[in-house]
Design a protein around this ligand. Structure first.
Ligand SMILES: NC(=O)C1=CN([C@@H]2O[C@H](COP(=O)(O)OP(=O)(O)OC[C@H]3O[C@@H](n4cnc5c(N)ncnc54)[C@H](O)[C@@H]3O)[C@@H](O)[C@H]2O)C=CC1
Ligand SMILES: CC(=O)C(=O)O
Ligand SMILES: [Mg+2]
Length: 605
């Protein structure tokens, strides 16, 4: 049943699109001239404007005379990046990472085509800068780093104005929006307006992985205040200096923004990102049938984790039906942890069929107060289905510590989404040596790196060399000596959200169904070969992120078609989508991915 999905046709199609400017790009209409173009990163080519274009666009004399090719500009940027790496050798990690972020950000501000080209071609090196972990550091220092705005900012003070404000955005068409209220940025807590770095980083991944046109993306910060006292007292803080809105007041502001977005762009897709748990669940429930939206922390993460959990069953050389026997301890009962458990429970029901057995007996859920049981006072309704009943686990009480749980349960999988760095300490990891699995799995999924439940090196050192390891932020593979290497997987929702967005967009679906999300997870789960999973490789390398995104996008699109949710996109109607084979759907997706090359600019008044 596990197969490598037709990777080759799609891969060669992607390779073709990687060539430097041999294809003749279509023209791009621009409504400005002269210096205004040079100052617009969407259109700017810096020294790359050919002489004829300089004449046509009133640029003659505004640039040095020599025309530099795209390849040459690319090489020049990479050279300065590499010399920055050399010059910062030995400096603290945070200084180096921020310096790298700055040089990339300056390019982003100046010339988007070149920026996205270097990002796509060097995604393994640059994802840790524009995405986790460095994006966390950028958010923490945002007010100090701020030079110019990116995206849109709506605040509690804009109530009643949002419908008109949305028209201030210069692009006529927007496909993909990522929105945050900054209340739970990675594992760093409430960062208020500074959380805008997250939508920006996620949308950079949309361009790099899914080929969404950067002129059609929109990062949004909804600033409803912050409860972070340090920020409220920081004189450089750029957000509203007031406590967060709560209750109906909060919801009415989000309602207004959603109405404004979908009034102007009825076909846009909105991704909610890094909302604190109560609002993450509440807004998902409130909007998911009304608007085309999803919550990445709940739904994207769940799919990636499920793919990893199924991968660990395969890694043990067991049939997938064995998933129902895997004992899984989830540490962190927040939006991500509960999202994972809900999706895993659905998968168990599918695998087990209607046996009448309690579907959740194999799951153990802990939060900051330890093991969650039915005795828990004021239990969160979202956690309740996973709370252990009295007597269900002999010798384990309400609030039992993680170490007690691991020792008693001997889980196959230990999965962290707690946001707490180091919570999988030496004792806990050593206890995993007694796991009932031949290949115990440790998922330290919290971000950024400092907040990972354990490091890769500690996991292999303390839990043993036979483990399968995954982390939310990247770690280098671990040298186990004797020529052996402990493989480090990156279990991050970046493997799914770009495909969910792109597949939904090209399907022209009005909402994102459970079936579409399940198709995305199954696609990722089946992407790796048996041999790869048995070597502990559960996810593809980030180098192939465009390819996996094309596959995931196709799976999502086909699920939308099967559920009759697809209304088509552009010239391609639902009937044509219906008649596409799986391979044709992948090719259709790839053909629709934007790729950064300089297009001839044509001026139109
Ligand atoms: N790798 C990935 O793709 C993703 C990773 N994450 C990461 O997961 C973390 C949590 O995110 P959310 O669930 O949205 O946060 P959340 O704030 O909703 O939940 C955090 C949960 O962890 C629990 N917790 C806190 N301290 C604990 C401790 N010492 N032991 C056990 N549990 C503890 C809390 O009680 C709460 O239930 C963040 O660090 C985030 O970056 C989130 C989404 C995707
Ligand atoms: C990856 C992600 O979405 C998070 O850490 O919140
Ligand atoms: Mg997130």
């Amino acid at each position: 049943m596990w197969r490598n999905i037709a990777r080759s046709a799609a891969a060669s199609c992607l390779r073709r699109s990687r060539r430097f400017s041999t294809a003749i790009p279509g023209p791009c209409i621009v409504h400005k001239r002269g210096a205004d173009i040079l100052h617009d990163p969407w259109f700017n080519k810096d020294t790359g404007f050919p002489l004829t274009e300089r004449d046509r666009l009133g640029l003659r004399g505004l640039l040095p005379p020599r025309v530099i090719s795209f390849e040459h500009q690319y090489a020049r940027f990479m050279e300065s990046y590499r010399s920055l790496e050399k010059n910062t050798l030995g400096q603290p990690d945070s200084v180096v990472s921020l310096a790298k972020w700055r040089i990339l950000n300056r390019l982003h501000d100046r010339n988007e085509t070149l920026y996205y080209r270097v990002l796509i071609d060097n995604i393994k090196d640059f994802a840790p800068i524009i995405y986790t972990p460095t994006v966390g550091l950028v958010c923490q220092n945002y007010s100090g780093l701020f030079r110019r705005p990116r995206g849109m900012y709506f605040s509690a003070k804009d109530k009643g104005e949002m419908m008109s404000m949305i028209y201030n955005w210069p692009a006529h068409q927007v496909d993909m929006i990522v929105i945050t209220d900054g209340s739970r940025i990675l594992g760093l807590g409430d960062l208020g307006v500074q959380g805008i770095g997250i939508p920006i980083g996620k949308l950079d991944m949309y361009v790099a992985a899914a080929g969404i046109n950067p002129q059609r993306i929109l990062p949004i910060m909804l600033d409803v205040g912050t409860n972070n006292q340090r920020l409220l007292e920081d004189r450089l803080y750029l957000g509203l200096r007031q406590p967060r809105l709560e209750g109906e007041e909060y919801l009415s502001v989000v309602d207004e923004l959603m109405e404004a977005i979908f009034t102007r762009w009825p076909k846009a897709i909105v991704q909610f990102e890094d909302f604190q748990m109560k609002w993450a669940f509440e807004t998902l429930q409130r909007y998911r049938k009304k608007f085309c939206m999803f919550n990445d922390d709940i739904q994207g993460t769940a799919g990636v984790a499920l793919a990893g959990l199924l991968g660990t069953v395969r890694a043990q050389g067991r049939p997938l039906t064995d998933f129902v026997n895997q004992k899984i301890v989830v540490v962190g009962a927040g939006s991500a942890g509960i999202g994972v458990l809900n999706m895993a429970a659905q998968a168990v029901s599918r695998v087990a069929g209607n046996t009448g057995a309690s579907p959740n007996h194999q799951f153990y859920l802990l939060d900051k107060d330890g093991l969650i049981t039915k005795e828990r006072k004021n239990i969160d309704p979202a956690a309740a289905p996973f709370a252990k009943g009295p007597g269900e686990i002999e010798g384990l009480r309400e609030g039992a510590s993680l170490l007690e749980v691991v020792k008693k349960v001997k889980p196959h999988v230990l999965l962290g989404l707690s946001g707490v760095g180091g919570v999988f300490n030496e004792e806990v990891l050593k206890a995993m040596r007694e796991s009932d699995s031949t290949k115990p799995a440790i998922f330290a999924m919290s971000n950024p790196t400092m907040n990972a439940e354990c490091t890769a090196a500690d996991a292999f050192k303390h839990a043993g060399e036979n483990i399968v390891f995954a982390s939310g932020s990247p770690f280098a593979n671990v040298d186990l000596g004797n020529g052996k290497v402990g493989h480090v997987n990156q279990a991050n929702n970046m493997y799914l959200f770009p495909g969910i967005g792109l597949g939904t967009l090209l399907a022209g679906a009005h909402f994102i169904s459970d079936g579409m999300l399940q198709a995305a997870a199954e696609c990722l789960a089946s992407y790796m070969s048996d041999e790869e999973t048995q070597n502990g490789i559960l996810y593809p390398s980030i180098d192939s992120i465009r390819h996996i995104t094309a596959e995931v996008g196709a799976a999502v699109l086909r699920a939308a078609v099967a559920e009759e949710l697809a209304e088509g996109h552009g010239d391609v109607g639902p009937r044509e989508l219906e008649h596409m084979s799986k391979e044709e759907t992948v090719e259709y997706i790839i053909r629709n991915m934007w790729f950064p090359i300089y297009s001839p600019l044509v001026h139109e008044k």
